[in-house]
Design a protein around this ligand. Structure first.
Ligand code: NI
Length: 169
């Protein structure tokens, strides 16, 4: 067992704004399956809509590939503050084989509920800030392609459709 199937863009569920998670919702099984899926993929972040669950949560672990496990579960996340802007190369488990150069704030203050229901506020920078923003975008139905200029988007969409032919809906 290597986890749940990961939806591939342009599945319409990846372009859907997800619903907030209710306070009393039991997410233990979903979160366990999402971590298993993310580590098996292998990836550093996975948002619920990528496995077909249209709810506002994501998991991430930016350190595990370097031997430093830092699992985070972010439920109903929101960005309270963002500053600096920088380009960075981003892959996505739903857009395999393609990297996109995305401009994003370099530092964010992120508020979310953790798996125990506690409200957390953390300052993130570097790759963690980028990863959290990428995953939060998924909860709003936004993928990396949506953050590119039309010109850049055409180039990466072509590269993607060559690697993974996109069937008409
Ligand atoms: Ni992604």
């Amino acid at each position: 067992m290597s986890g749940l199937p990961i939806l591939r863009w342009p599945d319409p569920r990846l372009s859907t704004v997800c619903d907030p998670v209710a306070l009393d919702e039991d997410l233990d099984n979903l979160v366990r399956d999402m971590f298993e899926t993310m580590y098996a993929a292998p990836g550093r972040g996975l948002a619920a809509p990528q496995v077909g669950v249209l709810k506002r949560l994501f998991v991430m672990d930016c350190g595990w590939k370097d031997g430093d496990m830092t699992p985070m579960v972010c439920i109903n996340p929101e960005i309270l503050r963002a500053d600096g802007m920088a380009p960075g190369s981003e892959g996505c488990l739903s857009i395999p084989g393609v990297l996109a150069e995305v401009m994003r704030p370099e530092r964010i203050l992120l508020r979310y509920r953790d798996i125990d229901g506690a409200v957390q506020e953390v300052e993130l920078d570097g790759f963690e800030a980028r990863c959290a923003q990428h995953e939060l975008d998924h909860l709003d139905g936004i993928v990396t392609f949506d953050r590119l200029s039309p010109e850049a988007r055409r180039v990466v969409e072509e590269a993607y459709s060559v690697s993974f032919p996109v069937r008409p809906a």
